[in-house]
Design a protein around this ligand. Structure first.
Ligand code: ADP
Ligand code: MG
Length: 230
């Protein structure tokens, strides 16, 4: 019997392998990025190729980091965090990208928000992905509204309401499918990673079309009241 791995064991063996591989790819990638940056600085005004190389290296890096989460989706480092702070940090980090796309980010938080037990790094990755997707959905600009409130003592709800291109009804089911992307430079791993992370936080992620324009992404996270088993 020992020679047969159960399906879940096979999956976790595959996950280990994938995580290991991703980690191994990252180290040489970091070195490559460093040297490329150095060459760019010394290129004497002839920077275009190096900029393209940096962009492509960053694409590989993003694929690898999203893949790493898929391979090891379990929550490892739990802390009680203020969702508002996480949201504000991400909004600040992506501020210049928003400005470049003429996207205005408006935040509306309830005065009282309970802390949520989470792996801060992972939850930030979710927020980064959702906000990036929203910005990318508004190439001609628009507004992204970020709301956060506690519907009860048991859950915090965060909504990202954009005015972007939206998603046709029949394509909604494809979200979270690996490599499903409608973007020229997309990889279609972001939403899948978000689903995994939300699942491992005992939370949910939903997509809804807005009545006028764009979509709303809704995240629900359990508070300490309901997440004792995390
Ligand atoms: P990527 O961003 O690399 O395409 P994702 O997994 O992040 O991959 O997203 C998958 C697809 O879901 C996108 O290509 C896009 O078609 C759709 N999508 C995600 N978020 C939005 C959004 N806010 N508005 C419109 N489409 C979206
Ligand atoms: Mg994306």
């Amino acid at each position: 019997t020992e020679q047969f791995l159960r399906n879940s064991d096979k999956l976790s063996a595959l996950g280990e392998l994938a995580a290991g591989l991703a980690h191994e790819i990252r180290n040489p990638l970091t070195a490559l990025r460093g040297f490329t940056q150095l060459m760019k600085a010394r290129s004497g005004g002839n920077e275009t190729y190096f900029e393209l190389m940096l962009e492509e290296l960053d694409r590989i890096n993003l694929i690898v980091s999203e893949f790493m989460v898929l391979a090891r989706p379990e929550v490892t480092h739990i802390e009680y965090k203020d969702v508002r702070k996480l949201l504000d940090t991400v909004v600040a980090v992506l501020g210049s990208q928003a400005v470049m796309s003429s996207v205005e980010i408006v935040t509306r938080y309830a005065a009282e928000l309970p802390v949520v037990p989470c792996d801060e790094g992972q939850l930030k990755q979710v927020i980064v992905n959702v906000v990036k997707n929203a910005i990318e959905a508004m190439p001609e600009g628009g507004r992204l509204t970020v709301e956060a409130y506690a519907d009860s003592a048991s859950h915090v709800t965060v909504r990202f309401i954009d005015q972007g291109v939206g998603i046709p009804e029949d394509k909604l089911v494809r979200l979270g499918e690996p490599f499903y992307t409608t973007k020229e430079k997309g990889n279609g791993l972001g939403v899948m990673m978000c689903f995994k992370i939300m699942e491992s936080h005992k939370g949910t992620m939903r997509f809804k079309s807005n009545p006028d324009k764009g979509i709303t992404v809704e995240l629900k996270l359990p508070t300490s009241e309901t997440a004792e088993a995390l």
